[in-house]
Design a protein around this ligand. Structure first.
Ligand code: GAP
Length: 474
């Protein structure tokens, strides 16, 4: 993953520390020393993730009239994974260091690992110690477990590495229960598990993670056109719905030797992370591979009768697949900013107002009851409209600093003057501008300011915009 974002080498370390300190991300089972590549999400992390999920579901299901939602189980009949090709082919090439460090590596990541350690990418041997490496062998990424009390081969199942198969095996159930006509999609959000050989970069590559996937069923022959459509639509979503800076995104088509066993064409939406360009979302043309293989293995007919053309066919599938944890690290990296304010460094997380864990913070100027009580009442009154937080601890300066660090777009301060003029101060995160508004019109003023903040996020779209490039613009 060469070509890292310039000047941001230690950004991930800063984010790890901010996320722990402020309650976004904690190492899993930390009091026992943690477990590699597994994380827990704290109070603010949960709010951020729920907002991202909501944005995805809104764009992919709620605002469309051609996509149905579904939730399928993590454990599936093991035949699913034999049929899907995952038992045979869902593996990465693994090499071992026979030198000093004895580390394991993904063979296809060796060049990046060397680069990350300041070695030439084509240097021979182990990226860490330079020792000789074993020949590559294939390592299957699926976690195994057992169903029932006996640990024997007959009881062995896998934890799903993707949610997609749950949608393929339910294709006929969804068609029959909803009378959907092709083209249409099935979407789901859920956990996936992969025993990654070289996880890392904080929450970028995990062993337990969450997927947001949609299988778009279409007529054979129309798949390439739909693939283009979904590449443009998904790029639009990252930029316009989440406010990711367009200049940090690109669309990259897979080379033939990179394609998954089920795909004839895949394009990745990549983000420019501090450690280089990395996959954010994959949009794959899966053809009829999955439905066809499930028909053969299960003996069930999963073909579709097109009443418009009187044809029977096995639909082709285009799949946009996105990791929730990847979106989260993208938003943290993209939003993180440090600026000098009167000789002090201000850390700001410039999150889009619709994903920010807190939209409006209500802060009484001091801990005096005469300020806290009305401020608390104002916060209660705003709860049904905005994601709010009430905070009366520490000095006002430190509370502003905390709200900036967690990405809160607006802070409302109730001061001694408020007792007389029934007005409060709204402070805006990005420009730190302040306006005084009456308590009676506060909700409306906050709504207007959030709208303005949305437009500012949208303005970051202009310039070298990959959405326009996809549409054939500049
Ligand atoms: N059903 C297709 C599929 O699973 P993928 O490219 O292997 O495709 C889809 O995964 C998305 O899931 C990726 O683009 C990435 O956002 C996320 N993802 C994949 N492996 C991950 C991991 N180990 N940790 C976190 N996110 C991961």
């Amino acid at each position: 993953m060469p070509d890292a974002a310039p000047g941001r080498a230690d950004l991930i370390e800063r984010l790890v520390s901010l996320c722990k300190q402020r309650g976004f991300v904690f190492p899993s089972s930390e009091i026992y020393g943690g477990i590699n590549a597994v994380y827990d999400y704290g109070p603010l992390g949960v709010r951020l993730r729920r907002n991202i999920r909501r944005r995805w579901w809104r764009a992919m299901v709620d605002l469309r009239d051609d996509v149905e939602g579904i939730e399928t189980a993590v454990l599936m009949n093991p035949e699913v994974w034999v049929a899907s090709g995952h038992v045979q082919s869902f593996s990465d090439p693994l090499v071992d260091c026979t030198g000093k460090c004895r580390k394991r590596w993904r063979e296809d990541h060796l060049a990046d690992e060397r680069r990350a350690r300041g070695r030439p990418p084509d240097a021979p041997g182990c990226p860490e110690c330079g020792g000789a490496l074993t020949p590559a062998r294939q390592f299957n990424l699926m976690f195994k477990t057992f169903v029932g009390p006996v640990e024997e081969d007959a009881a062995q199942v896998w934890l799903r590495p993707e949610t997609a198969q749950g949608m393929f095996v339910n294709f006929a159930n969804v068609v029959n229960s909803t009378r959907r006509r092709i083209p249409f999609g099935i979407a789901q959000i859920g956990k996936g598990f992969r025993n990654e050989i070289s996880p890392g970069n904080f929450i970028f590559r995990l062993r337990e993670f969450e997927l947001m996937e949609m299988e778009w069923f279409c007529k054979p022959g129309s798949d390439r056109e739909w693939h283009e459509y979904w590449c443009a639509e998904r790029m639009r979503w990252h930029v316009e719905d989440l406010g990711v800076r367009a200049a940090n995104l690109r669309l990259r088509a897979h080379e033939k030797d990179e394609l998954s066993h089920y795909s004839t064409a895949t394009s990745d939406i990549e983000y420019r992370f501090p450690f280089g360009w990395g996959e954010l979302e994959g949009i794959a043309d899966r053809t009829d591979f999955d439905l066809d293989t499930h028909m053969k293995h299960s003996g069930r007919d999963l073909s579709y009768f097109d009443t418009a053309t009187n044809e029977r066919y096995v639909p082709y599938v285009v799949e946009p697949a996105l990791g929730l944890d990847r979106v989260m690290i993208t938003l943290l990296v993209d939003g993180y900013d440090e600026e000098d304010v009167r000789g002090e460094t201000r850390v700001v997380l410039r999150l889009h107002p619709d994903v920010a864990p807190v939209q409006v913070a209500i802060l009484p100027l001091s801990k005096k009851a005469e300020l806290c009580e009305p401020a608390r009442a104002i916060e209660h009154g705003l709860r049904s409209r905005f994601a709010t937080e009430y905070d009366e601890t520490q000095s006002i300066g430190r509370r502003y600093r905390r709200q900036d660090e967690i990405g809160t777009p607006l802070a409302v301060t109730f001061d001694f003057e408020s007792l007389n003029d029934h007005a409060v101060t709204i402070r805006e995160r990005d420009g730190m501008s302040q306006v005084r508004v009456g308590v009676d019109s506060l909700a409306e003023a906050l709504g207007d300011q959030l709208t303005a903040s949305r437009s500012r996020a949208a303005q970051r779209v202009s310039g070298a915009n990959p959405v326009d490039q996809l549409r054939g613009g500049d």
